[in-house]
Design a protein around this ligand. Structure first.
Ligand code: MV4
Length: 447
């Protein structure tokens, strides 16, 4: 087992990793920017190294600085958390060159799954259902028009380097095609330095359902069931839950097996997530694969009683998995608490937390790095806490979530708590019958 793990991240995920390392008897190294000098991850780790000024590009994305911190502290592994260098192929490669185990995907895997057209072709080859469309990248508008005519409109153009909705355009008819093509290419070229596009049939009002997988160094993979992430706003997830209200035992079995088949086909090692779109008929299609631990991993932990960070560390150290799959025994929901004003277009609201009270009680978990008196720097993501509740049924979980949200006190800044409280009372949300379009028509009441 590793003796010392460097955590190349900040905020709640850095604490989450440090906590599991401590329980495993592994020493920890925090890295931090000057903006995070007073952060809890710095205090909770056994050692801490300053890696640069506040901008991420100079600190949490600064590969030479992170490697230097690992070298001087003699860390034998690096856990990247999510975001920052977690899906950076170059970073994974540099770790390998320095003999430091990267607790994440290999450079080849990151590149293969990071290129969405390649990822889709790979999964299709493995027998995972994919959405009808182009075979790989489109060579021209003419080819796109020909395929669109065959699969019928509406279609969607997607950036192969994309994700998060950037470089994506819905095309409703052939007249719109050329402009959508030009716009999508321009946007993806500017955002990713890659203007490759592929085409798919557009699935209207789908659900976003993802399967958690874990693979080991022997090529064996298992799944830990699904998470429903359909409550999103501008491609930012707000609430996640498991089990999905639209997934029954039969669909769970089918999606789980498809995800495991895909993961084993590529020899996936570590924790990963296979994202699917589920249409109104209950048919599911591969969308993307994330080669990292995700923000929403705790809901899976709560319903399966499985420590995903511990498993990531174990498989990275060469421990083999049992091969068993894991199924939900409970219902869990996560609300992302962001330092944002939900009454003002979810604008960031950094600043000092003057008073804080965290909710508690049976079935309540709060993953956060904030404390009373803490100042949220403006340089990073606005998520400041994850409120996770679990209960026997979905109905009980939603009641418990509302109770916990009402106990939560954060003064000095605006947060998304009032939004979540109203969501817990929403009829459509409570019914479980909603799609990724839910937030387009959700009306927040100013009160
Ligand atoms: C789609 C789609 C409908 N049809 N692909 C959004 C981000 C990127 N990962 C893929 N996305 C979508 N791809 C086809 N063929 C609808 C979306 C989509 C979406 C997907 C999941 C969650 C929220 C979404 C919001 C808008 C669009």
């Amino acid at each position: 087992m590793f003796k010392k793990v460097l955590v190349a991240n900040r905020g709640e995920i850095a604490l989450r990793v440090i906590r599991t390392c401590k329980e495993m008897g592994i020493r920890t190294v925090a890295v931090y920017s000057t903006a995070d000098k007073e952060s809890l991850h710095v205090r909770f780790a056994d050692e801490a190294v300053c890696i640069g000024p506040p901008p991420s590009t100079d600190s949490y994305l600064n590969i030479p600085q992170i490697i230097a911190a690992a070298e001087i502290t003699n860390a034998d592994a690096i856990h990247p958390g999510y975001g920052f260098v977690s899906e950076n192929a170059e970073f994974s490669q540099v770790c390998a060159e320095y003999g430091i185990k990267f607790i994440g995907a290999s450079p080849e895997m990151i590149n293969k799954m990071g290129d969405k057209a390649t990822a889709k072709a790979t999964m299709k080859e493995a027998g995972v259902p994919t959405i009808p469309g182009s075979e790989g990248l489109l060579a021209s508008v003419k080819e796109g028009l020909r395929i669109a005519k065959r699969i019928k409109y509406p279609v969607i153009l997607k950036a192969t380097a994309g994700g998060g909705g950037k470089g994506m355009r819905i095309v409703k008819n052939p007249e719109e095609f050329q402009k959508a093509w030009d716009d999508a290419r321009m946007e993806s070229s500017a955002a990713f330095g890659d203007d490759g596009l592929y085409l798919e049939k557009y699935v209207e009002e789908p659900r976003h359902v993802e399967i958690q997988v874990v693979g080991d160094s022997k090529g064996k993979a298992c799944h830990l069931s699904e998470r429903d992430c359909s409550i999103q706003r501008r491609h930012q997830k707000l609430v996640e839950e498991t089990p999905s209200p639209i997934v029954d035992d039969e669909l769970r079995e089918k999606m789980g097996q498809a995800a495991v088949k895909g993961a084993e086909a590529i020899g996936y090692e570590g924790a990963g997530t296979v994202e699917f779109l589920v249409d109104k008929h209950g048919d599911f299609y591969f969308m993307e694969m994330n080669t990292r631990i995700q923000v929403e991993h705790p809901i899976t932990e709560e319903v399966t009683n499985f420590d995903l960070i511990k498993e990531q560390i174990k498989v990275a150290a060469g421990v083999e998995i049992s091969g068993n799959n894991y199924f939900p025994k409970m219902h869990a929901v996560e609300c992302r608490i962001n330092a944002e004003d939900p009454f003002n277009d979810f604008r960031p609201s950094p600043g000092r937390i003057t008073n804080l009270h965290l909710p508690g009680g049976h079935g309540v978990r709060v993953d956060t790095h904030v404390y009373s008196g803490y100042t949220i720097p403006p340089n990073y993501d606005s998520m400041i806490a994850k409120l996770i509740v679990s209960a026997t049924t979905r109905e009980e979980a939603l009641v418990r979530m509302k109770r916990a949200l009402e106990e939560f006190v954060i003064e000095g800044i605006k947060t998304t708590i009032p939004f979540h409280i109203q969501l817990m009372d929403d009829k459509r949300f409570k019914s479980g019958k909603f799609t990724t379009a839910f937030m387009d028509s959700f009306d927040l009441v100013e009160r």
